[in-house]
Ligand binder design. Structure first.
Ligand SMILES: Cc1cc2nc3c(=O)[nH]c(=O)nc-3n(C[C@H](O)[C@H](O)[C@H](O)COP(=O)(O)OP(=O)(O)OC[C@H]3O[C@@H](n4cnc5c(N)ncnc54)[C@H](O)[C@@H]3O)c2cc1C
Length: 496
């Protein structure tokens, strides 16, 4: 049954009402909303005593899942203010893995199965509904989102194309890498956009090591070489993580390989330094650490083509590589471009007002990487331009908190708050055993460079904050302890 019909059948059912066909003319709970189109009903029905507001959140990532959890707890049928809203989360995947961990999944130092959260379980525990599907369109007049048909791995249809009705819509579909149309990038370079991408990279890494370990002849040039395009936080973290995990992997039975001799990791950056978004002091420290790890850092090299056997740069450099990873730049998913007349920017992000509502529709909100949100209080950028909130997990986390308050206020007919981003700094992990270079900003009233154990703990705390928002403190403490014990009895790298 389509969701729109499902929701009509489950809300406002009254056994005492007439069984004659009736029209659902329930009032909407907020000012400024257009009434839902009357729908002919053939079953007994009555208007709900308290009108139920339909909140649909698309994208259960760093921001969307926190928002659905908090709204379900507060407004869902068994929440603190039970039944005020019907909260539905839509995601194309069945499980959630926190995206900043994907470089660890790719390197094999983290098994996603142990960290994946089942959306259906979270929905049951926190009183919201989950619908699996990929959003492909929007009908703002009918207030419905459009989902593509869902097929299984063998191509068999599971659920046909559907529409889901909303009164308030939140789009939180994240971002994907931006290869700027570089020839060969889409075909030959792996991105780290999803768990499936990260696992694909890991599988290719293991296969490459096994192949090299078993071959009689000497390794050919570029064999067991990995090129990482983009030395932002993702590229730097991946390079450092790979340094450690390849050594672990080789230690498990790859007896003919020697990591220092056979594995080569090259980090290629178009800008003049690694971590271009961070202060120079931090970049210099990080680059020195990368070089200590024998990672070949090439700055000032703009990649012009990706080939099956390596990458070419504008200066004429060719970096041989068996595996290439694109980790430079982001853009929002293409389907958002001009989505039913909503305003988008040049990288397809939805343009927002400070309240996190989209500029052209007060019933459609967005958060996280797919949103272009003004950073209130930040000094103007080049040519006096408005600076936007950066695409980071900490921004998605803070936006989810503001949007939670704003959506409750919207139902209560109160004014909405403006989102104010607080920059707590940028932390870059250089692997489990290495120093973590880091920077904190507003938290300490300026800039403070930290490293070592304290920085490592700050880095981990970002993930813990996400887990706390999803599960509460008791479960986070228990899960942390359980993982500590299980890690001590398992290999530190995933071997298949
Ligand atoms: C390797 C890596 C390391 C990172 N490290 C850090 C870090 O250390 N610190 C930091 O602050 N940030 C980090 N980031 C950035 C951070 O992951 C993102 O900023 C953050 O995840 C954005 O959150 P989000 O909720 O907007 O989107 P996401 O967390 O990306 O979630 C988007 C969700 O939408 C779903 N979805 C997408 N399209 C559709 C569709 N059409 N229909 C239905 N569902 C859809 C996806 O399945 C996903 O569940 C890192 C990113 C990567 C890739």
């Amino acid at each position: 049954m389509p969701d729109a019909l499902l929701s009509d059948a489950t809300i406002g059912h009254d056994p005492t009402a007439s069984s004659e066909p009736s029209y659902d003319a329930r009032p909407q709970s907020i000012p400024g909303c257009v009434h839902r189109r009357p729908r002919l009903r053939t079953r007994r029905a009555r208007p709900s005593p308290v009108s139920t507001h339909r909140i649909v959140i698309v994208g259960g990532g760093a921001g969307g899942l926190e928002l659905a959890t908090r709204l379900g707890d507060r407004l869902g049928p068994r929440g603190l203010r039970g039944g005020r809203a019907e909260v539905t989360l839509v995601d194309r995947s069945p499980t959630h893995v926190w995206k900043p961990m994907l470089h660890q999944v790719a390197a094999g130092s983290l098994d996603p199965d142990g960290h994946a959260l089942d959306y259906l379980a979270q929905a049951r525990w926190h009183h919201f509904r989950f619908r699996r599907g990929q959003m492909v369109g929007l009908d703002r007049t009918a207030r419905e989102i459009e989902l593509a048909p869902l097929h299984d791995d063998e191509g068999v249809l599971v659920v046909p194309a559907r529409r889901i009705g909303y009164d308030t819509l939140v789009i939180a579909v994240g971002s994907q890498v931006n290869d700027f149309g570089t020839p060969g990038a889409a075909r030959h370079a792996i991105s780290l956009d999803s768990v499936a991408d990260a696992q694909r990279f890991h599988q290719r890494l293991i296969n490459a090591c096994m192949r090299a370990n078993d071959q009689e002849e000497a390794l050919r040039p570029g064999q067991l070489s990995i090129a990482i395009i983009g030395a932002g936080a993702t590229g730097v973290e991946l390079a450092a993580e790979l340094h450690h995990s390849t050594r672990e992997l080789i230690a498990f039975g790859m007896d003919r390989l020697r990591a220092d001799r056979d594995i080569r990791i090259t980090l290629v950056e178009a800008g003049p330094r690694v971590l271009p978004a961070l202060p120079e002091t931090l970049s210099e420290g990080a680059e020195a650490l990368l070089k200590d790890l024998r990672i070949d850092v090439r700055t000032g090299e703009k990649v012009t083509a990706v080939r099956a056997d390596g990458i070419e740069t504008a200066s004429g450099l060719f970096v041989p590589a068996e595996i290439s990873v694109w980790a430079a730049g982001i853009r929002a998913p293409a389907f958002l471009s001009g989505l039913d007349g909503l305003e988008t920017n040049r990288i397809d992000q939805l343009v927002l007002q400070p309240t996190l509502a989209t500029t052209r529709d007060p019933d459609v909100f967005a958060l996280g990487d797919c949103a272009s949100c003004p950073w209130l209080g930040h000094a103007p950028g080049a040519n006096g331009s408005v600076v936007n909130v950066p695409p980071r997990a900490q921004a998605a986390h803070q936006q989810a908190a503001t949007l939670y308050r704003n959506l409750v206020a919207r139902i209560d007919r109160r004014a909405l708050d403006a989102f104010r981003y607080r920059d707590f700094g940028s932390l870059v992990s250089l692997g489990e055993h290495s120093t973590v270079g880091s920077l904190m900003g507003a938290l300490v009233g300026g800039r403070l460079f930290i490293e070592g154990l304290f920085a490592r703990m700050m880095y981990i705390s970002l993930h813990k904050m996400h887990e706390y928002a999803l599960h509460g403190s008791a479960r986070v403490a228990m899960d942390t302890l359980a993982r500590l014990f299980s890690r001590s009895s398992e290999p530190r790298v995933k071997l298949h």
